[in-house]
Design a protein around this ligand. Structure first.
Ligand code: PHE
Length: 346
């Protein structure tokens, strides 16, 4: 009885082949399951006589082995062909999950636009270290030792004193102008974009770091008229034709004369609004003729060469362009905020 069953099922097992996971599972349930054929035959086996058991036992064991081996080989081939996840029955017709595409940071967009405008006037881009020594950040730029001008920019010092004097986080990218002038001879016509640091309490209107773009133009016969014309052109390109400019006298240790430049408010077009505090004008940058002392400090003949320099905060420009009132948004990394500006400037 058992013998017969075994030979019948052996044939069936040998003949069985499938590449379908469901059919293989049916096979497993039928032969190897807890209520399967093998279990059933083993139950019957308990009742046979001890003599019979000896021969039948072997047959039964190899029958069980046959079923297990068949199942395992088929399972392995199925998995190898299907790869991981196939058992989960992936529906390839379902729509895929989209990946979010990143966007440029609004400050990067504005920086890129500013650089593009000055590039048309022949300016190149120069960069320098964010950790600076006293010479490049202050002394070469005509900030006298112990002069109150050093207090204009509250500085994060990394080391006070030492061989090369104080080491600090740069407070402006004018330090890159010094490095550029020290390394060569005029003509220089370059922009210095970069991050700068000042020890300020963080609020909507101030941060302990921000981004600047400074510019330097040194050659023979560079005049204040060149400065005005260059910056006028820049503003027309950035804020549109008809934007007015005005220069107010100011003070920087490294420029003489120095000025601050205002533009007619880009938001209300001069009518008066919250952004320009009802004045119709907003300040966007500091500028001036490079002080002859600075040229000499950098090994440049101030009798032969003259130059102008300017510096602006990128956050300030972005602020006027996008009406972003809280500076902190720029560094909070909230993508919902950051990705809004991609289409405005690109
Ligand atoms: N370095 C000045 C600042 O950070 C800006 C400036 C640059 C002013 C060049 C004049 C000329 O405030």
């Amino acid at each position: 009885m058992i013998q017969e069953q075994i030979s019948q099922y052996t044939e069936e097992i040998n003949a069985f082949a499938t590449s379908d996971a469901e059919q293989l599972e049916q096979f497993r349930i039928k032969f190897l399951g807890t209520k399967g054929i093998i279990k059933d035959i083993f139950d019957q086996f308990k009742a046979v006589s001890p003599e019979e058991k000896r021969t039948l036992g072997k047959v039964l064991n190899s029958f069980k082995q046959l079923a297990e081996e068949k199942y395992n080989t088929l399972k392995e081939t199925l998995e190898a062909h299907a790869g991981p996840g196939a058992a989960a029955q992936i529906d390839l017709t379902l729509p895929g999950e989209g990946y979010e595409i990143g966007s440029r940071h609004p400050l990067a967009l504005v920086r890129r636009e500013i650089i593009a405008i000055f590039t048309k006037l022949g300016f190149s881009v120069a960069e320098g270290p964010e950790i600076e020594d006293d010479w490049h950040n202050f002394s070469a730029l005509n900030f006298p030792e112990e002069h109150p001008a050093r207090d204009m920019q509250d500085t994060f010092f990394i080391r006070k004193g030492g061989e090369n004097g104080d080491i600090a986080l740069r407070t402006h990218t004018s330090s890159v102008q010094v490095r550029m002038m020290e390394a060569g001879q005029p003509p220089f016509r370059a922009l210095m974009p970069g991050r700068v640091y000042r020890n300020e309490a963080i609020s909507a209107r101030a941060h302990c770091f921000f981004h600047q773009i400074e510019g330097l133009y040194v050659d023979e016969n560079v005049s204040f008229a060149d400065l005005k014309q260059t910056l006028f052109y820049f503003v027309q390109e950035l804020y549109g034709e008809g934007t007015k400019v005005r220069f107010r006298p100011s003070y920087f240790p490294f420029t003489e004369p120095s000025a601050e430049m205002d533009i007619s408010c880009s938001i209300c077009k001069g009518d008066g609004c919250q952004m320009c505090k009802q004045s119709g004008w907003v300040e966007i940058l500091g500028c001036g003729m490079v002080d002859p002392n600075v040229l000499e400090n950098c090994g440049i003949d101030s009798k032969k060469y003259s130059g102008f320099a300017f510096g602006m905060g990128i956050e300030r420009i972005a602020n006027l362009k996008f009406e972003i009132k809280d500076l902190r948004l720029f560094s909070e990394n909230d993508v919902r905020f950051l990705k809004q500006y991609q289409s405005v400037l690109s």
